[in-house]
Design a binder for this molecule. Structure first.
Ligand SMILES: N[C@@H](CCC[C@H](N)C(=O)O)C(=O)O
Length: 259
């Protein structure tokens, strides 16, 4: 079987995109894991299907590189909007359904995608970390030496530790570098490694930093190993609404692969 694919990246978080409007893609975890493999396949942190939706522009179906369907992917959602524009499914605005509900997005002429994320109604505060769900579950922890940190080793010990049980969590490590600027490195569940950037992760960091009083700002800049993202939100007590994740989403290459 020949599969036509498109490769996209959003601040270095990279995805295999497939136009599955004819529902011909075989949703088998073994195949998805192979396509995402960086040595034997195309190589990506995840694979995303664009499918038809009865009332909205499209549906997003997201798989981690381990081949399993998972919760919301913020950078993937931004890349899917750029892909929908490349396919001619949308022009500069999109409305789509993902696993965590409806999303709206806009694309600028220079390929900057602003994606509305789900409202956050609970931020759980613990000694040494914060936990919240921005469409995917996120542990947020401030560290002294972000550059020198073994993100894969320490992240895995938390992800697989007593805190999160079998479901696990994504793990974000943070260092404040300005009033409303934070450096972030993320260990991603389902990739089981550090990725260059995580959209739901930086969204969680921005909200966590506001909720813990590290910043007064409602517009936060996040510096990831793959580039800069912005998160804007409105806050009413412990509820965060109008949450927008904004940054570049870029087409890399396209091709066909035989499986
Ligand atoms: N890279 C993503 C997060 C993808 C989901 C995550 N790996 C999980 O399974 O929870 C993003 O940009 O949000």
């Amino acid at each position: 079987m020949h599969i036509t694919f498109y490769k996209y990246q959003g601040t270095g978080n990279d995805f295999v995109m497939i136009d599955n409007r004819n529902l011909s893609f075989p949703k088998e975890s073994r195949i998805i894991e192979h396509l995402c493999d960086r040595r034997f396949g195309i190589g990506a942190d995840g694979l995303i299907l664009l499918e038809n939706h009865p009332t909205e522009n499209f549906r997003m179906v997201y798989f981690n590189s381990d081949g399993n369907e998972s919760s919301m992917c913020g950078n993937g959602g931004r890349c899917l909007v750029a892909f929908a524009k490349q396919l001619g499914v949308i022009e500069n605005e999109a409305s789509f359904e993902a696993v965590d509900g409806m999303h709206h997005a806009t694309v600028s002429g220079t390929g900057i995608v602003s994606l509305q994320m789900k409202d956050v109604t609970a931020v759980d505060h613990y000694e040494g970390h914060v936990f919240l769900n921005t469409g995917s579950p996120h542990h947020v922890e401030i560290v002294d030496d972000l550059e020198g940190l073994d993100v894969k080793g320490y992240g895995a010990s938390i992800r697989y530790g007593a805190l999160y049980g079998a479901a696990g969590s994504n793990i974000n490590f943070v260092n404040q570098i300005g009033d409303a600027i934070f450096a972030v490195r993320t260990y991603e569940r389902g990739v089981e490694d550090e990725t260059f950037s995580c959209g739901t992760g930086v969204t969680a960091v921005a909200i966590a930093m506001k909720a813990t009083g590290k910043t007064d700002a409602n517009l936060v800049q996040l510096e990831t190993p793959g580039g800069t993202l912005e998160v804007a939100f409105e806050q009413d007590g412990t509820t965060f609404t109008q949450v927008f994740l904004k940054g570049p989403a870029k087409f890399v290459f396209e091709g066909t692969i035989t499986i």
